[in-house]
Each structure stands twice: as C-alpha cells, then as structure tokens.
Write a protein that binds this ligand. Structure first.
Ligand code: SF4
Length: 211
C-alpha cells in the first residue's frame, strides 16, 4: 500500500503537470495591498475582491493614505465583499498599527501579523507566502476538504490539516503546492457532483468514500 508521503509526492507531480505556473489569485502591488486584499477575501470570492480593490486602492494604496479615509468611506467601497463593517474597521486599524508600530511597513513575522486585527493564521500565512516568499501553508476550508478526500489528512480542523500537509510536502514546495491545490479544487473538485472515476487524482489516489 502506498504511504501518505509517496501519495503526496505523486499528487504533487500531477499538480505540477496541471499547474506548472501558479499566479497569485488576489491582485496586488506590494505586501500592504496584498494584506488588505486577503482581509477582504474572508467569506468572499477572489473575483469579487479583485473587482473591489482597484476602487479602494485608487483612493488609498498605502497605510498613510488608508488612515486618512473614514471607516465609513472604506465600508462603502468594500460593501460588495460582505462583512463590510468589521472588515473596514480592521483595515483602518491595521493601517494605523502598521504606521505606529512597524514604521509603515507590513511586518514580516507570523507573530506580528497575527497581532493585527482581522489577521488570523491563514491570512498571515498567505502574506508570508505570497508577499514575502517565506515558507507557509495557508489551509482554508477548500484545502482542508481536498486533503481529506485525497486521504492525506484526517485533521479535524484546518490547523491539524496544515500540520499534516507540512509533514508530507517538502518545505520548498509549500508556497507552490497550496496554490496548486486551490486551483485544482476550483476547477475539478466541486463540493458536490464530482465523478471519481474521471478525476485525474481521485481515480488513482483517493481513499475516502466519495459522496
Ligand atoms: S474525485 Fe472528486 S474529490 Fe476527488 S479530486 Fe476529483 S473532484 Fe475532488
């Protein structure tokens, strides 16, 4: 029987074939605009975030400019992303903290990032990975689901799944693999209606009973 590590290696090869290049899904110019985009992406699609951020960044693409906007102004612009009262407040306060405590620059450690309002471990991982190219494995509910379906993790939550995936994939591949899994999930792995026999991964490597 194939070990989990071998299976991860094979799945990694398939993902490399499907997605040799992995563009960052959220449009941004620098760590600050990425951080804002990731805060906006909570419970919202990347497409919607990419529609909204050009309007927001035309007014404020730096923490200096962002704190000059009123929270209500930010809220009005980001409304299509949902949860706009909390997200607007978090973006404003985060910008102020970046100015007051980090000399106007997005901090580069998990600890400092996760201390910012609206920034949890997943958001911090995306920023570390995609803005600073530091090894991180941001696991959202989609990656959590795929890791379970592929039999790579039986983690009860995203934290446990992240720990499992980090053990199975080499650290040098984390930044690439997490995006490849997201792209694969979006294109081939819907929550319902998938055909296991036709699937390029589960037809060979899936171990769970498919719904
Ligand atoms: S068979 Fe279904 S669960 Fe497995 S990867 Fe394909 S689409 Fe996803």
């Amino acid at each position: 029987m194939i070990s989990k590590k071998e299976k991860a290696k094979e799945i990694g090869k398939i993902l490399d074939k499907f997605y040799p290049k992995v563009p960052v899904p959220l449009d941004h110019e620098d760590p600050f605009t990425l951080l804002v985009a990731v805060i906006l992406s909570a419970r919202c699609t990347d497409i919607k975030v990419n529609e909204v951020t050009p309007v927001l960044f035309a007014k404020a693409d730096t923490p200096q400019k962002m704190v000059k906007l009123k929270v209500a102004e930010i809220q009005k612009i980001i409304k299509p992303c949902g949860l706009s009262p909390a997200k607007a407040k978090n973006i404003h306060t985060t910008s102020q903290i970046i100015l007051d405590q980090h000399e106007g620059k997005v901090p580069m450690t998990f600890e400092e990032l996760e201390a910012l309002p609206g920034v949890g471990h997943k958001t911090a991982s995306v920023v570390m990975s995609q803005a600073f190219n530091q090894p991180a494995f941001p696991v959202d509910t989609h990656i959590h689901r795929l890791a379970a379906r592929w039999g790579l993790s039986s983690g009860k939550n995203v934290k446990e799944t992240e720990a499992d995936l980090k053990k199975l994939f080499p650290e040098s591949s984390w930044n690439r693999v997490h995006l490849q899994i997201i792209f694969f999930g979006r294109e081939y792995c819907p929550a319902r209606g998938h055909v296991k026999e036709e699937c390029p991964i589960c037809s060979i490597y899936g171990v769970r009973n498919m719904e």
